[in-house]
Ligand binder design. Structure first.
Ligand code: FAD
Length: 455
């Protein structure tokens, strides 16, 4: 097989390189990363005894590939604390515990009685599956307006920092789409699947949500990046931004900002879609335009550390999310030091708040002082924290999470058709077929197989 250039040293690019080398250790692979730091959205920083995740917080342990990869690079996964099963939604000026099971749902103060009855009515609403539909339209249609506003909208913030009025149900939550398509409804589908699992002797609970336990490493998600960096060694080129890609004979040539270029046989872009758009604009304008249609809102994370006694609201939980109808300035706050050990020094707590996302992108781009003031104001109102934090860090992602808006799946089909014209050019990364770390690693695993097969 010829030389392989991988563009982007986030988890997609790094895991792809790993899986390719696992199949053939003699492969000629170079990974070009534009930044001086490897890992992309995985970025762990330690300061003053706190461990901050500037981006990715963890992955769910119910898909095997990330765990398998961790094991192969000799890492010990760390499951989140039991307390983090407790999650809250801020609604009507207070925090409500998110119910985990049907009895708790009936007793929950989050939803009105009519809102609860409307959710239960989902069982008898006939299936009316649509090829494409926004998450908001789907949720209102099947679960009612209140459930949409208080449950689905904050969930879309928590996962995508997204706006459910534009996100595609089918692209973002294919499992939920399938429940209606196959069984005529969500509750019906979950009951059927539960019965089938029971018959097979499995005690695993069926839900419409992602399931699994949030998992990371004692020293944060950065451990995975470090382990892959150690494995890949000299194949990594940091500070190497690929500016352009063009065809040359049966292969490709990559251009860099200093005017240099290199030739290669196979190119895989594991860079964000907007970066791909820039790189291929001279080679294939249509491909460039198509990938540019994938929007990336801004998101900032504000990490505040406090001495424990300064916080009156119990923080032995995962944290809270805020429905957009509450019109607050943060999307929610995670109680990081309660989720995993080693996130704050003894006697302190670490809270991580999200600002921005698809609905409030401009807010995320405010300067650091303004962001910290804004979060402090919100934590005072929501958690009654009146003291100044003892530790502050702000992390900004100007182009944060790709949004799978309505039309995303058709866009992917069109991209695939165009790629057939460009043999040995591949696109991977979180812009296309799943935004989570688990999706990125699974997609890289499959792509490694495909590249070996096709070459
Ligand atoms: C704030 C935040 C929190 C998140 N939290 C979670 C979480 O807890 N769990 C989860 O599963 N997912 C989470 N995600 C989603 C996460 O982005 C993905 O799961 C995953 O990390 C994306 O990896 P990637 O390699 O596809 O992309 P990226 O991490 O974006 O990596 C792309 C890389 O390409 C590089 N690059 C860009 N342009 C060029 C160029 N021209 N030349 C060379 N290199 C280039 C970039 O510098 C970057 O390193 C979060 C995302 C954000 C923004």
């Amino acid at each position: 097989m010829g030389a392989i250039a991988i563009i982007g040293g986030g988890i997609s690019g790094l895991s792809l390189a790993y899986f390719l080398l696992e199949k053939d250790p003699d492969l000629d692979i170079i990974i070009f990363e534009s930044e001086k730091r490897l890992g992309g959205k995985i970025w762990t920083e330690k300061a003053e005894g706190f461990l901050c995740e500037a981006g990715v917080n963890g992955f769910l342990d119910n898909k095997p590939r990330t765990l398998e990869l961790s094991k192969k690079v000799s890492l010990e996964p760390l499951r989140s604390n039991d307390a983090s099963r407790k999650r809250f939604i801020y609604s009507d000026n207070r925090l409500h515990r998110l119910p985990e099971a049907p009895p708790a749902f009936l007793a929950s103060s989050l939803m009105s009685l009519s809102g609860k009855l409307r959710i239960m009515a989902e069982l008898v609403i006939p299936g009316n599956v649509k090829d494409e539909e926004t998450l908001a339209a789907f949720a209102r249609r099947r679960l009612g307006k209140e459930a949409y506003e208080k449950l689905i909208d904050p969930m879309a913030s928590g996962i995508y920092a997204g706006n459910p009025e534009t996100l595609s149900l089918r692209a973002c939550f294919p499992k939920v789409y399938d429940l209606e398509a196959r069984y005529g409804g969500l509750i019906k589908g979950m009951l059927r699947l539960q019965r089938e699992r029971k018959k097979q002797g499995s005690s695993e609970k069926v839900g419409a949500g992602p399931g699994g336990t949030l998992t990371s490493f004692y020293n944060g998600m950065g451990e995975l990046v470090s382990a892959l960096r150690n494995f890949l060694g000299e194949r990594i080129r940091l500070g190497s931004k690929v500016q352009g890609i063009d065809r040359k004979g049966s292969g490709y040539v990559l251009f860099f900002p200093d005017g240099s270029s290199i030739e290669t046989d196979i190119v895989v872009s594991a860079a964000p879609a907007y970066a791909v758009s820039e790189m291929v604009k001279n080679m294939d304008r249509r491909l460039s335009n198509l990938v540019a249609e994938i929007p990336y809102p801004s998101l900032s994370l504000v990490c505040l550390g406090y001495r424990k006694e300064k916080i009156k609201t119990p923080v032995d939980a995962f944290g809270f999310l805020i429905p957009s109808r509450e019109k607050r300035n943060i999307l929610g706050t995670l109680y990081d030091s309660s989720i995993f050990p080693n996130r704050a020094p003894e006697g302190y707590v670490l809270l991580r708040s999200m600002v921005g996302g698809a609905r409030y992108s401009d807010l995320a781009r405010e300067n650091d002082t303004k962001l910290v003031d804004l979060v402090k104001g919100e934590l005072a109102a929501i958690m009654d924290i009146r003291s100044d934090p003892d530790f502050v860090r702000v992390y900004k992602h100007e182009m944060a999470i790709p949004q799978y808006t309505v039309g995303h799946l058709e866009r992917l089909r069109n991209i695939d058709t165009i790629l057939q014209k460009h043999k040995n050019l591949y696109l991977t990364g979180n812009a296309y077929k799943g935004i989570g770390v688990n999706d990125c690693i699974e997609n890289s695993f499959r792509l490694a197989e495909k590249i070996i097969e096709e070459s």
